[in-house]
Design a protein around this ligand. Structure first.
Ligand code: GTP
Ligand code: SPV
Ligand code: MN
Length: 588
């Protein structure tokens, strides 16, 4: 337990508010975690899985009304409404504290209050930040212990500093009508009530590492982004790092752990995973942009993960992993989800815990947003730089989303500001990662629509400013789309490991080693410059998904104009200019 006065004072406040029966400080030891796992198994909160096949692995089921982030119940409680901006829900901070404290008051009665000291980023790294989360859920403690660095070492790193983030989580009654995920960026405070699922309650993740951190970053010349980080090693052993921002359930974990096609592997190419969801980036001493992954594990989408699509993710889940809302095979006491293999279990329980026969069922066994929480160190391709407190230098930033049409497989922006424009106009079809309809096309700038902790117009401005800070050392900016479909609705591009072919082109562009076709939207590859060796994919098909249809893009530009109106005079002039320039090029 810490002697930090500011922490102790807040914990006292929390005790008074929540009335727990007892308080347990999470120390980061395996013994303590093991005790908690045993308690959770005895109450049914966790199911211990087959320990021979899946050592240290457990299954958890959430309430069926609590299976994803809830964007309409997520609020930025800045003092001034306009500081939350047009894309966030806002509530008045004083009224909201009162409302939330009323909801949470005495809610730990007869329960234990767990205090989790955690570090986002390697403990003691100059790029890391510290938080304390109080929770009444062992599931949250165990997940946070995988996803972040926790315990005494974090308290030691903090010392008596007051520079830390408060996080109050209370499961309450998991009442969806009283569910609130609230952020107070000016107070470094997060409060989450009436949920026990993922991004709503693992407060280090989306709440802190993106919403609060994006605000901190804006004020301190750094960036908190919804981005994977990966290293590409060439046959000479040189490694180039890139980050990529795709919206939730649009392929970050898959790209981060990609295995290059056989031909590349034979030649000595390799991909190293630094992060699969969040990147914190700032200018390094050499003037380049450096990134760390603030997390320590993967909270990955289970469905679709298999030996072929993402063997590294699958391998990561073989020990010390918590599965949430997947199916349970009763014959083997192991887990199953759609897309794991073609052999669904006959004797099983579905994600709701109901008897389920995978051979005859019409309903899904696993929830579409079912997840695994796996330690990063399990990943066979985890980067040797994963724990490097300085992070890794970034050569390219990639944006991307699910676009059935219009957006080509890959293109490069014309400049930093044009790249910011490309990120700001991202649109993607919604997925099961958030409650609400799926498959609906929406603007999701930089994949940060649900995660930006302040006015999105100011956020665009911050991106433009970072370009000035980095100057000619700024990473090059690209956009990708793995999700173009044909007339029957099938994905045209094979994706997954074959996305390496696109990464190769991106790196070559960064090194100035390949020419490109200048289109109205940016630089697109010549079909001959994407290596299709070993792939059953024709040059004609490739040309189809590289094609930039100016008529479709003219429509797109109208949509962007409409979208940009939201930001009023907060829209950076650079971006308004970029839009005008795009329209001009399209009209030619
Ligand atoms: P979050 O954890 O929600 O932020 O998601 P993510 O961006 O990490 O997405 P993830 O890699 O888990 O992929 C989500 C879904 O997209 C899975 O069902 C994948 O099978 C699918 N997917 C990923 N990459 C590709 C690809 O290259 N092509 C196609 N067609 N599908 C893909
Ligand atoms: C996402 O939705 O982008 C996730 C999962 O990574 S969650 O932690 O629930 O936000
Ligand atoms: Mn995510």
């Amino acid at each position: 337990m810490t002697t930090n006065k500011s922490v102790l004072a807040w914990i006292d406040e929390m005790k008074t508010l929540l009335s727990p029966e007892k308080v347990v400080w999470i120390d980061g030891s395996e013994e303590q975690l093991e005790e908690l796992r045993a308690i959770a198994c005895s109450t049914g909160e966790l199911t211990k899985l087959n320990q021979e096949e899946l050592p240290g692995c457990y299954l958890h089921r959430t309430k069926p009304n609590d299976v994803a982030r809830v964007e309409d119940r997520t609020f930025i409680c800045s003092r001034k409404e306009e500081d939350a901006g047009p894309t966030n829900n806002w509530k008045d901070p004083q009224e909201t504290y009162k409302m939330l404290f009323d909801i949470a008051r005495n809610s730990y009665k007869g329960r234990t209050m767990y205090v989790i000291p955690y570090s986002m980023g390697p403990v003691g790294s100059p790029l890391a930040e510290i938080g304390f989360e109080v929770t009444d859920s062992i599931y949250v403690v165990l997940n946070m212990s995988i996803m972040t660095r926790v315990g005494v070492k974090v308290e030691e790193a903090l010392g008596d500093s007051e520079n830390w983030i408060k996080g109050l989580h209370s499961s309450c009654d998991i009442d969806p009508e009283k569910r609130y995920i609230c952020h107070f960026p000016e107070d470094n405070y997060i409060i989450s009530v009436n949920s026990a699922y993922g991004g709503n309650v693992l407060l280090g993740k989306k709440c802190f590492a993106l919403r609060i951190a994006s605000y901190l970053g804006k004020n301190n010349e750094w960036m908190a982004e919804h981005m994977l980080i990966l290293g590409i090693e060439n046959p000479q052993g040189e490694i180039k790092y890139v980050t990529a921002a795709f919206p939730s359930a649009c392929g970050k974990t898959n790209l981060a752990m990609l295995i290059p096609p056989e031909g590349y592997r034979k030649n000595g190419y390799k991909v190293w995973t630094v992060g699969d969801d969040i990147a914190w980036m700032r200018k390094g001493p050499d003037g380049r942009l450096w990134a760390i992954n603030p997390e320590n594990g993967f909270f990955g989408v289970a469905p679709g993960t298999n030996e072929k699509s993402n063997p590294n993710a699958l391998a990561s889940t073989k020990k010390g992993t918590i599965f949430t809302n997947v199916a349970l095979n009763l014959d083997t006491n192991t887990v199953w989800w759609e897309g794991l293999d073609k052999n669904p279990p006959e004797h099983a329980l579905n994600w709701k815990g109901e008897p389920w026969n995978g051979k005859t069922a019409t309903e899904k066994g696993a929830h579409p947003n079912s997840r695994f929480t796996a330690p990063a160190k399990n990943c066979p391709c985890i980067s040797p730089e994963f724990d490097n407190p300085s992070g890794v230098p970034i050569s390219a930033i990639i944006f991307g989303g699910r676009r059935a049409q219009t957006t080509p497989l890959v293109y490069q922006s014309r400049s930093w500001d044009n790249g910011v424009f490309v990120g700001s106009i991202m649109a993607s079809e919604t997925t099961a990662a958030a409650a609400g309809a799926t498959g609906v096309l929406r603007r999701d700038p930089m994949a940060m629509l649900p995660f930006c902790g302040y006015h999105m117009g100011d956020y665009f401005g911050h991106w433009c400013d970072m370009g000035k800070v980095l100057g000619d050392k700024a990473p090059k900016i690209f956009n990708v789309n793995w999700f173009r479909v044909d007339d029957e609705g099938n994905f045209i591009w094979p994706g997954f490991g074959d996305n390496f072919r696109v990464l190769e082109w991106i790196i070559k562009r960064c090194e100035g080693k390949v020419d490109a076709n200048e289109t109205a939207i940016g630089y697109v590859p010549y079909a001959d410059d994407i290596n299709l060796e070993g792939l059953d994919f024709s040059k004609e098909q490739l040309e189809e998904i590289l094609y930039v249809d100016n008529e479709k893009w003219a429509k797109e530009a109208e949509g962007i104009t409409e979208f940009y109106k939201k930001f009023g005079d907060k829209l950076p002039k650079q971006l308004a200019k970029e839009l005008d320039a795009l329209k001009e090029r399209l009209a030619k």
